[in-house]
Design a protein around this ligand. Sequence first.
Ligand SMILES: Cc1cc2nc3c(=O)[nH]c(=O)nc-3n(C[C@H](O)[C@H](O)[C@H](O)COP(=O)(O)OP(=O)(O)OC[C@H]3O[C@@H](n4cnc5c(N)ncnc54)[C@H](O)[C@@H]3O)c2cc1C
Length: 393
Amino acid sequence: MPAIKFRGVDFIGFDALLNDDERLVRDTARSFIEDNLVPIIEECNRAGRFPRELVKPMADLGFFGASLNGYGCAGMSNVEYGLVTQELERGDSGVRSFVSVQSALVMYPIYTFGSDEQKNTWLPAMQKGEKLGCFGLTEPDFGSNPGGMRTRAKKVGKEYVLNGEKMWITSGTIADVAVIWAKVDDEADKVRGFLVETDRPGFKAADIHGKWSLRASVTSGLSLQDVHIPESNLLPGSDGLKSPLMCLNQARFGIAWGAIGAAMACYDCALQYSLLRKQFRDQPIASHQLVQEKLAWMISEITKAQLLVLQVGRLKDTGKVQHQHISMAKRNNVWMALECARLSRDILGANGVADDYPIMRHLMNLESVKTYEGTHDIHTLIIGASVTGIDAF
Ligand SMILES: Cc1cc2nc3c(=O)[nH]c(=O)nc-3n(C[C@H](O)[C@H](O)[C@H](O)COP(=O)(O)OP(=O)(O)OC[C@H]3O[C@@H](n4cnc5c(N)ncnc54)[C@H](O)[C@@H]3O)c2cc1C
């Protein structure tokens, strides 16, 4: 079977809905991924290795903090940023996760809640990829319900002292700085964000091994035992649980686009394979109605997902987006991508389980993407609360 090369996926002239700048950003990211990530990703996935060598080239293309303004950031529109995450995840969800964390979960809170000193210290270095960050919200006992967190910060003189455990933290062991969310003792347990340099005494990070998903991304547990930080490391604008949720909204928006990339990779691979692979009467499997039904389902759902996320992006670019819009896009598009990965794997038969093709990797990655940044069920409840006015959590 000849090597299958991605050809793009556009059934209804979606590209005509994009402006020249948006297409240019998308095409630049697409070429970068094709030339630099696709050739190495299967080896990275097998080895469980994050391709750190791509950090600098991604920084040079403006991928970090892409939709922020100033501090060397690219100042892309939200739609442009979304198209970048789509192409990154077409390569691999783990590499897209790294960029999402660096951009939406570390640079964004520093940009939005940080002091001028914090912004000047961290944002230019993070934009250049010289400093890496991680985002510590989830704990061993609190995932979907982060409000239950046990991590605490206590003010002692001109310092805060932090204690707690964080779990499932992307980039934990490679980060220079961790955004840690903690309840503050003398502020009635209000949740606030803190910048914790990872070389501070009492801070430890250890990788989680044995993951069958996002193997090209680093995932870690963090432990904070009497970690002293100056009071100036508090993110002064952070104000309760809504602050980390604002960060998650940024990341979820990128994921909603990213999932389309993974779905496109699987669909296009399955389509090309089905035209080459012959079974019964020397005919391509694409000639069988049951195979066509799968392809028709996939292209229909990818097309609907593109339109959904483009509208959400346009709303975001005009300041009109609501969190439930982003929840719908994340929930629908990740579900859609996972279904596409499963159907595509099926179309490839036995070849579908081997890493000569990208599908099984995407399938395994998307299981994490379905769970993190608000599980599929939690987004169902967010949409349900939005339309009924009743919280069902
Ligand atoms: C690879 C990976 C990377 C991650 N990176 C980060 C990171 O960088 N930073 C970070 O802070 N976190 C990170 N996470 C953690 C992620 O955000 C959590 O796993 C997620 O929030 C779900 O929490 P949980 O795993 O504890 O599942 P739980 O909350 O225990 O949920 C388990 C199941 O119960 C369901 N459930 C829970 N509550 C309800 C309810 N009220 N109604 C109906 N169903 C419910 C869920 O939908 C799910 O199906 C990462 C996770 C993974 C897998």
